[in-house]
Design a protein around this ligand. Structure first.
Ligand SMILES: Cc1ncc(COP(=O)(O)O)c(C=O)c1O
Length: 506
């Protein structure tokens, strides 16, 4: 099925934001590091090398792997590193200036910027966000709460800790799942992301080590990094964690925190088993590491099984601690911006003390909505699980039929598939897809060290027709890429590859 909206012309130059026309330089990227970020296949296509280079840098800027206000290496330096002519680099930089992704600052060289979004600009098909729409029944809840406007207004507007009645409801759910919790152990936040950023700012000192999974949820590691953490990766795949590695890192590195997504992990969909949880909790106890358990996707079991005992139930003695993050974003609606932190009362107190510097509290209307959502939560979980199950089955079926070279995992829950492409071309694929109106996030975005070029995250949150349109674009792009690589192999036969040009095996 064709994309439902017109494909935006991504080659036209958007107006650069006046504010960043002369940005301060906040970071530098050296030629070697940039070559690593570009990956070995950045020029695998048949087009001009300068176009391929500009496209790949644009992808890095747009998905945040190259932060705005980063100075790129001098043209000559990059030309040497990539084994290309200086003209190629000069032309690529010129193209990036035209598309609004680079500005030249006198005395500072070429500096990355994010172009201003054009009014109404949206990708025709969005596979970049694993965000479900509002759950069935949510509109009724909004109407009911709005009908009691006086009741909402009487709630006092906003507060740092959250409405006591809502905190009690959240606490009650933990207690029923096997982790006895009082309202004093809960803070209501503006979504799980806000909770994580606040936890990171409150519990970390600059330079503290934090273990993160690789791959993981990217805004998770970004929040930890912003708080000054030095990140230490531990591997996870569709078949689960390398628990020996995780336990070893906890024992050896003794990190301050470990940020874990043990239930329907984003992006792999894996779930950490009971015995492994016990081993990780025991290692965290030995090393004095606080486990930050992100349960944003815990209720997304596609077979409708209710969420089990929280990981944090294994960490309730004096020597082991865990902070749990929760959210209504996936079951109810991300637009609610309601999440929470569950921690010991002292930590919650610390968070409350820290919070006002960033925001003053969670608004009353959304909290009232959240309270009613929790009253009807089990039915909403069932509706969401049914919807996601259908969409997962559709996506898995289409991918296995149309892209048989890819390894599509079986997932029991969550929001997406972590697909193994078999060859390290995820960025090339994402870049080419974007030119055809499909936004999709390449594997390296999910890893702190830019690895996982062989993997692509494909969410099954969109409507069925959007999933079908997205897979159709992926198939076209994959076919082109396949032809390009075959062509490249033919033309490159006998030519010595540059330092970062390894042959691809398709
Ligand atoms: C693992 C994980 N944590 C946190 C979040 C952010 O959740 P919220 O919308 O509640 O801020 C997401 C959203 O995609 C997520 O996947």
């Amino acid at each position: 099925m064709p994309p439902s909206r017109p494909v935006p012309d991504t080659t036209a130059a958007p107006a650069p934001l006046p504010l960043v026309a002369r940005p301060a330089v906040r970071a530098h990227v050296g030629a070697r590091r940039l070559a690593t970020l570009l990956g070995p296949d950045w020029d695998a296509g048949r087009g001009a090398a300068y176009v391929a280079l500009a496209d790949r840098v644009r992808l890095l800027v747009e998905d945040g792997r190259l932060a705005p206000q980063t100075r790129l290496p001098a043209e000559r330096e990059l030309a040497e590193e990539l084994g290309r002519s200086r003209t190629t680099i000069v032309s690529a930089y010129a193209r990036l200036r035209e598309t609004g992704h680079l500005v030249s600052v006198r005395g500072s060289g070429s500096v990355t910027v994010l172009p201003a979004p054009r009014d109404g600009e949206r990708a025709a098909v969005d596979f970049a966000h694993a965000v479900p729409g509002p759950v069935v029944g949510l509109a009724d809840v909004l109407r009911e709460v709005a009908a009691d406007a006086e009741g909402v207004l009487a709630l006092g507007g906003f507060d740092v800790l959250g409405d006591p009645a809502l905190r009690a409801r959240i606490a009650d759910r933990y207690t029923r799942r096997g982790l006895p919790t009082t309202p004093e152990e809960v803070m209501v936040t503006l979504g799980a992301q806000h909770g994580l950023a606040l936890v990171a700012r409150t519990l970390l000192r600059p330079g503290d080590r934090v273990v993160v999974e690789s791959p993981t949820y990217p805004h998770g590691y970004e929040a930890l990094r912003e708080a000054g953490a030095r990140l230490v990766p531990t591997p996870v795949g569709s078949d689960g964690w390398d628990v020996d590695h995780l336990v070893d890192v906890l024992d050896r590195v003794r990190p301050a925190l470990a940020y874990l997504l043990p239930d329907f992990h984003n992006p792999t969909g894996a779930t950490l088993g009971a015995e492994d949880r016990r081993r990780v909790a025991a290692a965290a106890r030995r090393s004095g590491t606080v486990l930050v358990v992100d349960e944003t996707t815990v209720d997304l079991d596609l077979d409708g099984r209710p969420a089990g005992e929280p990981f944090a139930a294994l960490c309730t003695d004096r020597l082991a601690s865990a902070v749990t993050l929760g959210s209504l974003g996936k079951v109810a609606w991300g637009g609610l911006r309601i999440g929470w932190v569950r921690a010991d009362a002292r930590t919650v107190h610390q968070l409350a003390h820290r919070r006002p510097a960033g925001d003053l509290g969670t608004p009353a209307f959304e909290q009232r909505v959240a309270g009613v959502v929790l009253d009807r939560y089990d039915a909403m979980v069932r509706a969401r699980s049914e919807e996601l199950r259908e969409r997962r089955d559709l996506l898995v079926g289409l991918l296995r039929r149309d892209l048989p070279a890819w390894q599509v995992p079986d997932v029991a829950g969550g929001l997406c598939l972590w697909v193994d492409l078999g060859v390290p071309v995820s960025s090339a694929l994402a870049s080419a897809a974007q030119a055809r109106g499909l936004r999709v996030t390449a594997g390296p975005k999910f890893c702190i060290d830019g690895t996982h070029e062989r993997f692509l995250r494909v969410p099954f949150t969109a409507a069925p027709e959007v999933i079908a349109a997205g897979v159709a674009v992926l198939r076209e792009v994959w076919d082109d890429l396949h032809r390009d690589v075959t062509h490249l192999r033919r033309t490159a036969r006998g030519a010595a590859p540059g330092p970062h040009r390894q042959p691809l095996t398709l």
